[in-house]
Design a protein around this ligand. Structure first.
Ligand code: OGA
Ligand code: MN
Length: 285
């Protein structure tokens, strides 16, 4: 009998890029409306591989929005204004003279919101001649590779996420200065289960991240710190990750409910410009 993961795809080609997560999708033109079969198969591949990569898809903003809408509902990012005419598309960029890259730390997007985004889609416009890759990590595997005893304890805990942890705040400052919304000075906080159940796959994943998780609910920061530090080290072990090398027109679509990401800041002196859309998510549970 075929396992679910072995059911063939008819409308797309799916090639895994690593043992932990990530698949490159080919044989599809995202500039055109997707057929029902393509949509269904992309969803299946995405849920199985957590992050999908596409090459040579230099979508115009309208086409990028249409692709995003075929997967979910685009939402605005609280801190940075969208590009002209498209409030849900933000520019994620690092300029030649800048030293800090946007989101340059392991994280899941905006977990300090009550309803963090289900997914994020990044489309590369300009890439440096080397470097600027993005790392991803599989949080189902991070959870599954902990001991049964620790898993059982974590199942009972909640984590407090805040938008104002120092290491991540400084990665937004250049963009807030150039494209910040008026309300960008606001601070957000949300409490979510440390282990969440994916609403579509039913699988449990570790839902803490070093950028936004400040402490366990009901614990002090000092009490939380040793266990959080251990989890942050564990959750990005190399064998839980994959790495994507961008080209102009490359797209990554990742599932924030079960994956972390981290853009590598190794291209000082060069520009990197991406367009990003985030898709509405439910309340983690
Ligand atoms: C993001 C982010 C990743 C990158 O846009 O959410 O973290 O590769 N950026 O720039
Ligand atoms: Mn991010």
């Amino acid at each position: 009998m075929l396992m679910a993961s072995q059911v063939a795809y008819r409308s797309i080609a799916v090639d895994r890029v690593a043992g932990a997560l990530g698949a490159e999708i080919s044989g599809i033109d995202l500039a055109r409306p997707l057929s029902d079969e393509q949509r269904t198969e992309l969803r299946r591949a995405w849920l199985e591989h957590l992050v999908l990569f596409f090459r040579d898809q230099p979508l115009a903003p309208e086409q990028f929005m249409a692709f995003a809408r075929s997967i979910g509902r685009p939402v605005e990012y609280p801190f940075v204004r969208g590009i002209e005419g498209y409030p849900e598309i933000i520019e994620v960029k690092k300029l030649e003279h800048e030293r800090v890259n946007f989101g340059g730390i392991w994280h899941s997007d905006t977990t300090y919101l009550e309803h963090p985004p289900m997914a994020s889609i990044l489309l590369a416009r300009e890439v440096p001649p080397f470097g600027g890759d993005t790392l991803f990590a599989n949080m189902y595997l991070a959870y599954d590779t902990l001991s049964p005893g620790l898993r059982a304890s974590l199942d009972t805990l909640k984590g407090v996420s805040t938008s104002s942890k120092a290491d991540v705040s400084k990665t937004r400052e250049d963009r807030i200065r150039s494209d910040g919304k008026d309300e960008a000075r606001q601070s957000y906080q949300a409490v979510h289960p440390v282990v969440r159940t994916h609403p579509e796959t039913g699988r449990r994943s570790l839902y803490v991240n070093v950028a936004h998780t400040d402490r366990f609910e009901g614990w002090t920061q000092a009490e939380s710190e040793p266990l959080l530090r251990m989890l942050h080290e564990h959750q990005v072990r190399p064998e839980l990750t994959c790495r994507f090398v961008w080209r102009p027109g490359s797209i990554a679509l990742w599932d924030n409910r079960c994956a972390l990401h981290n853009p590598v800041n190794d291209y000082h002196g060069y520009r990197r410009v991406m367009h990003r859309i985030t898709l509405e998510g439910d309340r983690p549970r």
